[in-house]
Write a protein of this length. Sequence first.
Length: 232
Amino acid sequence: MESTPALIVTALLCWLIYTLFVWIRGVVHRRGLPEPSVAPGQLEIYQGQAFREMCRRAAYQGRRVMMTDYFAERGWNRADVMYILAELLKHKLIAVEGWRFGSYSVTHKGWAEYEGKFIWTGGEGVHISTGPGGFVVANVNSHHSVAHGGYGNRANAPDVPHQQLIDALRTDADSATSDEAVRAREYADDLAAAVDAQDADRTARVLERINALLSTATAAFTLARGLLPSGS
């Protein structure tokens, strides 16, 4: 029992040292920040993309991943990254790791969020029906998860059958590699959300990501490859 005070003092000292380390790291990371370039309207999309990329790279809870190459590819500066990741850090879905800027891990809470919302594990499948005017309704893996979409009847728009593409991605994912399967199912979710919001620009961006996946994916994606025009 005599060692209890010493243990308390040691624990308190360790906590103070770590708190000081986190404070100094934050000061260093915020020093000389450039002007942010991310528009508020893009924030939610970028948050989801960055979070899913961290989870894909980490592969499991608690593993440290370096994201600087991903940020550079997206054209995000340090101010953009802090702006985009602020909510994820606030809600403890991710944690900053180490001293260098760009190092993170996915927390237990974050991994549970990822597994619950972004990893499709089978079940009821995808059920699609169409209505007048080409309007589609896709029930994705649930009686209550409904995505409504169409191409907005835009003149000269590419004829991309979104409802078939969602179905094909999920079907092909069953025989794909683990990494490809996760990405395909996430992109199917993203596409369903984009057409549900009737956001043509967002839909086009998702289609570009799907096309990039299909250009390098294994032969498993035979159904999806036949639906997405090259360069869409």
